[in-house]
Design a protein around this ligand. Sequence first.
Ligand SMILES: [Zn+2]
Ligand SMILES: [Zn+2]
Length: 349
Amino acid sequence: MNTTKVKAYSATSATSPLAATTIARREPTPSDVRIEILYCGVCHSDLHFARNEWNFTQYPAVPGHEIIGRVTAVGSGVKKFKVGELVGVGCLVDSCRTCPDCRDGFEQFCTSMVMTYGSVDKHLGGGTLGGYSQGIVVTEDFVLRIPANLNPAAAAPLLCAGITTYSPLRHWKIGAGQKVGIVGLGGLGHMGVKFARAFGAHVVLFTTSPGKTADALRLGAHEVVVSKDEKQMAAQAGSFDFILDAVSAQHDINAYLNLLKRDGNLTLVGAPNEPLPVAAFPLIFRRRSFSGSLIGGLPETQEMLDFCGQHNITSDIELIRMDQINEAYERMLKSDVKYRFVIDMASLK
Ligand SMILES: [Zn+2]
Ligand SMILES: [Zn+2]
């Protein structure tokens, strides 16, 4: 298969820093879109993947699944996109298209989904290579339209952090008259606050850092609860319709289950490495439920982007150069970012 070379940043082992390299992209097939990447968000998953912390990384590894770019070529059969359009690519670049999940538009649950990085590349062999690169070629069905009024750099994190928080809020039908908790004010949590507020809910942000209060209120929270303060937590008991938990570290989940009303739900979108102990009584006594959620399918991701266009919602970002990525990872580990790093891919030229 014919390929084109593009510049990229890759890790060559679990312990090596990311460094400049050149990778191959396929020539567009009739259904493919070639995209010049303008911006790529930096997700915590990128770091886990680069360092093989989930034990499936093939090297060289090119992370990046919050991609914003411009269409530079389309295959002969492409109907949805034209050269010059602003587009996005999220966590998925393909799926089986035929299973019940794919038919229902839930490609994120397809057991044959092809992730933007870390899956097997059906066209070129080896692993799929992500957005820390100048260009990517993706089948048109997995390319998303980006509303023209959004700042393209700040729109990049919508492709993972945005849909990860939008999807469960929609699934649990969050709206006016409901009280919603968001646990953790990071890349995911700050988007959860924005969406819950835009959906009309009363939004309470839970944080371990009292220093985040002013920012949480600015981002749209109506109240901020310092979760280490037992009095503040007790005052919220039994009052929530829904809680979105975006914390990826070990924490006391039962303290939050106790804050739900009868039939309330707590959905986990953070991914702690160790199992969380869940007590039975908080669930049984108020018929509460505890569940999870994973990004979103292609139809819902486009719906989320269109919603962001209508409501002018983007991520709060810190724009970095490609060669600052290793430093950005160290800062991300310390939660020292407000609230998402985005790489300006012009810096890779
Ligand atoms: Zn991600
Ligand atoms: Zn499928």
